[in-house]
Write a protein that binds this ligand. Structure first.
Ligand SMILES: [Zn+2]
Length: 454
């Protein structure tokens, strides 16, 4: 979370009482109901818009509280379109209350819904969730092709001939008690996104209003973390079956790193990272902090976790309490974040903003692939050292190998693979093969084996 520049949080004290404000669109002027964007014109043979194959949509930039350049939403384009039932071979959005998902597009097959209109919010949320997850899937599909991985990509439960899509349950606890979490469940082939009461709520009377409830399906960091669990489970199903706390921590780190790497897929966001960090990833900015709205709701200033941290394996090994998987995951996420920073610094030329911004995107993509394959090739009870060793083996550039080795060494992580791990997971792991964004004290006590956000 940051207050730098034009990025600022809405004050919950004020936002709940103020009237919905018009959206400010920074990434292209959206079609509106008052403007005819159809390709049929009676007065001219020239249309304003060329026919498009895909669909445009508005999504949350990060969550309902974070605004960038005055907007909390952004316009995106999905080149393969958006199905009106938000269901395809890979993913399927469902409402937790069982209502069928039917999201009508406009005449041009776009999905420009307004989250400030209570009648449109639910549709906006569903479209946003679908698009964010589809983008993750598309990214990994291409990434694995780039790394010459065989066999295509799907979900853990897929056979070679395919299988059920990953179900995304929007408001999985609709009408039920609060759940401060989101979780990935392999057995049920779904990700559950829950809601909980907004502690800063003053009440607007609008059902589902973001000022009244905090919906984890509205946070792109949470969506990417949970989908990261699903991706990781496909890359290496053994990891979710391990009893090792280090392996559990690696699964959590994969989710957090996925949130970071996905931000760098978007060149506009890369430019913002460049600008708001003043060209140095170790400066405070929105980029390293994870799930800011969630963190604020539980009294944390910089999200649930931050990739800027100094947690070492040595420290975690010395304190059993720190072997909680989410805390311990910061060792891996922090090391990889520092590697990203150093790899970018090594290529920066301070020539033009755009060129250095693109070098950040390139460094992020390279590291994303390296991490994914390192996880894919890790043993069941993988340790931080195993991932380090795999990354060193996979990296062909001598200077980059040195950067990797240096940063893992700083975290107290050996570059030698570890044969076995005898300690068991201290809190959350998986018998039901589930992972969540957060875990409660109850889950901790019962060892329900969920992997989550906290
Ligand atoms: Zn998790």
């Amino acid at each position: 979370m940051t207050t730098l520049g034009a990025i600022k949080k809405e004050n919950p004290e004020n936002s709940s009482s103020s009237l919905p404000k018009p959206l400010i669109y920074n990434f292209g002027k959206p079609p509106s109901s008052s403007v005819d964007h159809s390709i049929t014109h009676t007065t001219s043979s020239v249309s304003r818009l060329a026919p498009v194959k895909g669909s445009g949509a508005f999504i949350w930039i990060q969550d309902p509280t974070l605004k960038i350049n005055g907007s909390k939403t952004e316009q995106i384009y999905m080149p393969n379109g958006i199905p009106a039932n938000l269901s395809n071979k890979m993913i399927k959005v469902v409402y937790g209350d069982g209502t069928p998902v039917i999201i009508p597009p406009d005449a041009n097959n776009h999905f420009f819904y307004n989250p400030d209109d209570p009648k449109q919010l639910r549709k906006f949320d569903a479209v946003s969730l679908f698009c964010v997850v589809q983008q993750i899937f598309d990214t990994y599909q291409k990434l694995l092709m780039d790394w010459h991985q065989q066999g295509g990509f799907g979900w853990e439960w897929w056979s070679d001939k395919g299988g059920k899509p990953l179900t995304l349950v929007l408001d999985a606890n609709a009408g039920k008690a609060d759940v401060m979490n989101a979780d990935y469940e392999r057995d049920n082939q779904c990700i559950n996104f829950y809601h909980f009461a907004n502690p800063n709520n003053k009440g607007t009377g609008n059902p589902g209003d973001p000022t009244q409830i905090i919906g984890t399906w509205r946070m792109t960091d949470v969506i990417r973390h949970e989908t990261g669990h699903a991706i990781c489970d496909r890359l290496n199903p053994l990891l979710l079956e391990s009893e090792s706390w280090q392996t559990g921590a690696l699964h959590e780190a994969f989710g957090d790193m996925n949130s970071l790497f996905m931000l760098l897929q978007d060149q506009v966001t890369c430019k913002m990272v460049y600008s708001y960090s003043f060209g140095n990833l170790h400066n405070d900015s929105f980029f390293p902090d994870l799930a800011e709205q969630f963190g604020a709701a539980v009294g944390l200033l910089r999200g649930l976790r931050s990739a800027i941290n100094t947690v070492t394996l040595t420290e975690v090994l010395a304190n059993k309490k720190e072997q909680e998987v989410h805390f311990a995951s910061q060792v891996m996420t922090g090391a990889v974040y520092d590697i990203l920073s150093d790899m970018w610094d090594a290529t920066k030329q301070n020539d033009t903003n755009d060129a250095d911004t693109d070098r950040l995107r390139v460094a992020g993509n390279h590291l994303m692939g390296l991490v994914a394959i390192a996880y894919k090739q890790a043993p069941k009870n993988a340790t931080f050292s195993d991932i380090c060793a795999n990354m060193l083996r996979l990296e062909t550039d001598k200077d980059k190998r040195q950067i990797i080795a240096n940063n893992f060494a700083k975290r107290g992580i050996s570059t030698t693979p570890t044969a076995t791990v005898t300690t068991t997971v201290t809190t959350t792991a998986t018998t039901t093969a589930a992972s969540s964004l957060a875990h409660s004290e109850t889950e901790e006590t019962n060892k329900t084996k969920k992997v989550g956000m906290r």
